[in-house]
Design a protein around this ligand. Structure first.
Ligand code: 5GP
Length: 214
């Protein structure tokens, strides 16, 4: 069996959609199959977040150096802060055969899809607007102004959802995790991801037909 390269997967969703929880659980269940990219950001850590775990927290100057040195796969500005995906880790994990998940917002997602058209884009949403608002307020980590900014931004993000491949409605954690897992397992069987397998099979059949292989 030939070695497989991983699938680049982007997961976006409204702030408060629960996408982070789904991805964390997916990795706990299938650590050998998936890797989660850790982004760099200039926003301050929230209580309970650690540098190098949720994000690499850095200064604007450091972030702008990474942009200049071409160390980011993509980056975007979201609610007045920079967020970006460091390239090296993603490339290493894909080469090792893991599907790499980027949990990023829509501008970054669309840039990635343009650069790497084989990327799978998933969008996670709560079942309703009321539920989205409730989750953001209940999180209790954001000021009312930031909650409002995030809800306004959510409206803009809805406009780009047509570019995504899959919509995950987050009403039950475990079933969402299994849905994401089965989407990615099915993606691996797509013909367009099997080019080298098919070419090898064709070459062997051609050799056989010519009598060069028994
Ligand atoms: P939060 O501040 O809530 O952690 O993240 C805000 C938004 O930034 C979320 O939609 C999150 O998915 C997005 N984000 C996180 N990391 C990146 C990244 O590396 N690139 C881009 N484009 N967006 C990111």
């Amino acid at each position: 069996m030939e070695a497989q390269t991983g699938i680049l997967t982007v997961v976006s969703g409204f702030s408060g959609s629960g996408k982070g929880t789904i991805m964390k659980r997916l990795l706990e269940k299938y650590p050998e199959k998936y890797a989660l990219s850790i982004s760099a950001t200039t926003r301050d850590p929230r209580p309970g977040e650690a540098d190098g775990r949720e994000y690499f927290f850095c200064t604007t100057e450091h972030f702008e150096n990474m942009i200049e040195n071409d160390e980011l796969l993509e980056y975007a500005c979201y609610v007045n802060n920079y967020y970006g995906t460091p390239k090296a880790y993603v490339q290493e994990q894909l080469a090792a055969g893991k599907d790499v998940i980027l949990e990023i917002e829509i501008q970054g997602a669309l840039k990635i899809k343009e650069k790497y058209p084989d990327t799978v884009l998933m969008f996670v949403t709560p079942p309703s607007f009321e539920e989205l608002k409730r989750r953001l307020v209940d999180r209790g980590t954001e000021t009312p102004e930031v909650v409002r900014e995030r809800l306004c931004r959510a409206g803009e993000e809805c406009d780009g959802v047509e570019a995504y491949d899959y919509l995950i409605v987050n009403d039950d954690l475990e079933s969402c995790v299994e849905q994401v897992h089965s989407i990615l397992q099915n993606e691996h069987t797509k013909i367009l991801r099997k080019e080298s397998f098919i070419n090898k099979m064709k070459a062997e059949l051609a050799k056989y037909a010519k009598g060069e292989q028994s």
